[in-house]
Design a protein around this ligand. Structure first.
Ligand code: ABU
Length: 561
């Protein structure tokens, strides 16, 4: 890497530069870089010697270099390396800024402003190739006008953080640019997937003899897989004969569960009208007695319930449904029990918190998103299913051009036919690399720290008169839900007038917050609760001072409302 060290000529400041700033760099080595000897060097070995000896001549003017000059162009090694080096500088500047508390979380612009173009940054696509200087500027600007989800003060989503090892894993994955459908094109990644899925299944509590799974493009897809598999389990004829051959099916899920359960019903021809939403308690947990009575109601309506979704870590409240009670009911009624642990699954890594998922081992299937609580870069979501072989049976179509049974290796590793997809991204490597880097213990302490932050926020909110908690019990997950009470609301009696006023507070503060760009948090209404803030912690970079900052910023932006 010597030749990739910053040089006098190269622009390696960690400060981000806009495309216009990028263009101000001194024009130097373009001609020198593509010298005759380099062009003629021929072999990789010769090229690398040439690069090392000419390290001080790092290319820093890309205005006459085009993508056609990069590999696989003949003798394109040096230009390729220089370009990637420059790109690493762009990314490194962004990474440093992301972790710097003084830098903004976002530099907000409305869609029309971005579409109109800003400081030489245009989204329009050209007919003629643009030079690499322009492309590097575009890369800087893309990051500049985006949102730093790794910033310690980004609380907006369940998936946050910027893990450097995970990032390295993603780079490697893109460099390998292969497909997960067959062993022949992804031998190492397929085996890594097997290792990780097995590890996750063992943490759930399934034996070596049971369990199967796959990484999916997001929790919604994992949840949809669970519905598909459940339906196939009870009605395998659906694969050939379709829904017309089936009775009218019903699914059950809590009123606090993720909308993807209803979406799955819509996609799979079950119908959202046949998803019964089971009541929750004040804390957002499914009430088991309500589940049982909903099952009985569904049957009385002539529906055939087959699937219950329990949530381990609801999206807004972070509530854990009582899994053992739900498992008892599912067993009594012969129903498939899915656990959507997209958000809460990571807690299985923590000895301090894993008991909140007691009973998950009794699930027929589980969704677990390492891209949430475990901080793996997006995307990384697993669907895990207890009945071995069902994924293959349910989904396989034996495409003769891809899944030839007479290959010279063990074709059980051609896992592509057990998925809904054909092409499948490699989601596993970054996760595998992070696990190697942290060990199970590293994940455990990372998750514990996030829960500690949530408790810290909860305690602070309890002590402040200008905030009100949505429910008064310690956080089970890292979600903390609260209202900010401006003076105009604080002393109003409970009732419609107060609710109407309070409902507009969070959106107004959020708008101002995005314009200011110093922090970001989400809000929503839920049930009979008017708009409230939901703070979530999954970013290992966040510390108590960031929690303090968040509250002060909300109060600053909202005090005059
Ligand atoms: N799939 C749920 C993600 C929701 C959130 O990040 O806020």
């Amino acid at each position: 890497m010597d030749s990739l060290q910053p040089t006098a000529e190269s622009n390696t400041s960690v400060e981000g530069k806009t495309s216009s700033e990028g263009k101000n760099k001194s024009a130097t080595a373009a001609g020198q870089i593509l010298t005759k000897e380099e062009k003629d060097s021929g072999t990789n070995e010769a090229a690398s010697v040439s690069q090392e000896t000419k390290g001080h001549l790092a290319l820093n003017d890309f205005s006459s270099i085009y993508s056609r000059d990069l590999l696989p162009a003949e003798s394109g090694e040096w230009a390729t390396k220089s370009f990637l080096h420059e790109l690493v500088d762009v990314l490194f500047a962004y990474i440093c800024k992301s972790f710097r508390r003084g830098s903004k979380v976002l530099d907000f612009h409305h869609a029309h402003q971005l579409k109109d173009g800003l400081e030489g940054f245009t989204l329009e696509l050209p007919d003629q190739p643009e030079n690499l200087e322009q492309l590097l500027g575009d890369c800087r600007d893309t990051l500049k006008y985006g949102v730093k989800t790794g910033h310690p003060r980004f609380f907006n989503q369940l998936s946050t953080g910027l893990d450097i090892i995970g990032l390295a894993g993603e780079w490697l994955t893109s460099t390998a640019n292969t497909n997960m459908f067959t062993y022949e094109v992804s031998p190492v990644f397929i085996l890594m997937e097997e290792v990780l899925l097995r590890k996750m299944m063992s943490m759930i509590g399934w034996s070596e003899e049971e369990g199967d799974g796959i990484f999916c493009p997001g929790g919604s897809m994992s949840n949809m897989n669970s519905v598909l598999l459940a339906r196939y389990h009870f009605f395998p004829e659906v694969k050939k004969n379709g829904m017309a051959a089936l009775p009218k099916l019903a699914m059950l899920t809590s009123s606090h569960s993720h909308y993807s359960i209803q979406k799955s019903a819509a996609i799979l021809g079950i119908g959202t009208g046949n998803v019964l939403l089971v009541k929750c308690d004040e804390r957002g947990k499914m009430i088991p007695a309500e589940l049982e009575s909903s099952i009985i109601t569904a049957k009385a309506m002539g529906l055939v319930p087959f699937y219950v979704n329990a949530t381990a870590g609801t999206t807004v409240y972070g509530a854990f449904d009582p899994l053992n009670d739900i498992a008892d009911i599912c067993e009594r009624h012969g129903l498939w029990m899915h656990v959507d642990a997209a958000w809460g699954g990571g807690m299985l890594m923590s000895k301090r918190h894993c008991a909140k998922l007691n009973g998950i081992d009794r699930a027929s299937s589980v969704t677990w998103n390492p891209h949430k609580m475990m901080g793996v870069p997006l995307q990384c979501s697993a669907i895990l299913v207890r009945r071995k072989g069902i994924m293959q049976e349910c989904n396989q179509l034996r495409a003769a051009y891809l899944f030839q049974p007479d290959k010279h290796y063990d074709v059980s590793y051609d896992t592509g036919d057990k998925t809904l997809q054909c092409g499948r991204h490699v989601d596993v490597f970054k996760f595998w690399l992070m696990w190697k880097a942290k060990g199970s213990e590293g994940f455990e302490s990372q998750i514990n720290r996030c829960l500690d932050n949530a408790e810290y926020l909860y305690d602070k909110l309890e002590g402040r008169a200008d905030f009100q908690l949505v429910f008064k019990s310690k956080p089970e997950h890292s979600n903390v839900c609260f209202w900010y009470l401006p003076h105009s609301v604080r002393n109003l009696p409970a009732g419609p007038e107060r609710n109407n006023k309070l409902h507009v507070v969070a959106p107004k503060i959020k708008g101002k917050m995005m314009e200011a760009g110093q922090t970001m948090i989400g809000y929503q209404p839920l049930g009979d609760k008017v708009n409230f803030f939901r703070c979530v912690f999954s970013n290992p970079a966040t510390q108590r001072e960031d929690v303090d900052f968040l509250l002060d910023e909300i109060a600053r932006l909202g005090s005059d409302l």
